[in-house]
Design a protein around this ligand. Structure first.
Ligand code: PMP
Length: 327
């Protein structure tokens, strides 16, 4: 247990104490990673005491697409899941930015067979306090992984399932053992795919470039936000085309983008400095626009959903509901 252990989690329809958010060890979700999930950020602001969830509906839509690909159905609507996220965040009351994980998992299945077809599913939601990383300003070092990114013909990265993160884990742990902060994976063709948990964007000769959705990447929501901000705020389009490994050695700027990592400058690749080895001007400008967008000070208020108590709840409604759940 750490000091920051959250008080509550959400499991199959109700708030529960964190320690009681458990699924059976032999469920297909826990045993084989047969689940789909989304990570969503909740930001403080724009006003004192206000909270908003960033692009929560887009995350829930992607969750549905992942579920569809796995022939998975759950007992909850998107409205219920969004409400559950709000209740959980309000109950935990972290007082800082939070990260919310919504996981839909397959249950035990017939005969405890991890491969058996089952319609038994459940959903758990957890949230943790996650303030902005110090690397947002300082940047990170990256290697090129010796591991290849999984491909659409075997483990489709477009489906955001826990099982895919075995590949991410192998790559990330190798990089950290070798003294890097993170790593970039190439796909089976040898072109750049993505980082273990983020998309990657390169700046070359003033152009913004990211690998296409067919390069072995998750279809990122943050990279879509970056594309919109770059076009609208800076008049620069984001091109989607394959990127060679050696382009990373000679590019001007490079950054990761993901819900958790936000926009993280990559300051070196394979120990070669990116540009002058410090976060570049375009990266910093996009970071500023991103900060305005997520804190609901930007041109897209529709991206920010206020985290609100359910209608009829008093000021302590969510906490009261959770206390009832504990009773
Ligand atoms: N790729 C992978 C493998 C990821 O896990 C993530 C994080 N969800 C991303 C890319 C970035 O996606 P998003 O911007 O939608 O968070």
């Amino acid at each position: 247990m750490t000091a920051t252990t959250p008080a509550y989690a959400w499991l199959n329809g109700r708030l529960v104490p964190w320690d009681q958010c458990v699924v059976h060890a032999r469920s297909q979700g826990a045993f084989w990673g047969a689940n789909v999930f989304e990570g969503i950020r909740v930001y403080t602001g724009p006003g004192e005491g206000e909270l908003s969830a960033f692009r929560v509906r887009d995350h829930l839509e992607r969750l549905r697409r992942s579920m569809k690909s796995l022939h998975m159905e759950i007992d909850h609507t998107d409205d219920e899941l969004a409400r559950a996220c709000d209740d959980l965040v309000l109950a935990n009351d972290f007082g800082t930015d939070a990260h919310v994980c919504v996981v839909a998992y397959f249950g035990l299945g017939p005969n405890f067979d991890p491969l058996a077809h089952t319609t038994e599913t459940g959903v758990h939601i957890t949230s943790t306090p996650v303030p902005r990383s110090a690397a947002f300003a300082a940047g990170v070092s990256a290697s090129i992984s010796s591991w290849r990114r999984i491909g659409n013909d075997a483990m489709p990265p477009r489906i955001k399932t826990g099982a895919n993160y075995h590949n991410s884990r192998l790559a990330q742990h190798e990089a950290v053992r070798n003294g890097f902060d993170t790593t970039l994976l190439l796909n089976a063709r040898g072109t750049v795919a993505e980082a273990p948990g983020s998309c990657v964007v390169m700046v070359r000769d003033g152009e913004l470039i990211t690998p296409p959705g067919t390069s072995g990447v998750l279809e990122g929501i943050t990279v879509d936000t970056v594309a919109t901000l770059a076009r609208e705020q800076l008049g620069i389009p984001l091109h989607r085309r394959e990127i060679d490994r050696t382009e990373l050695y000679v590019c001007d700027e490079l950054f990761l983008c993901g819900t958790m990592s936000e926009l993280l400058p990559i300051t070196s690749v394979d120990r070669l400095p990116v540009g002058d080895g410090t976060p570049g001007a375009l990266t910093r400008a996009l970071q500023d626009h991103y900060t305005d967008a997520v804190r609901n000070r930007g041109a897209h208020p529709e991206w920010c959903t206020p985290v609100a108590r359910a209608a009829g709840d008093g000021p302590t409604g969510a906490v009261r509901a959770s206390e009832e759940a504990l009773a």
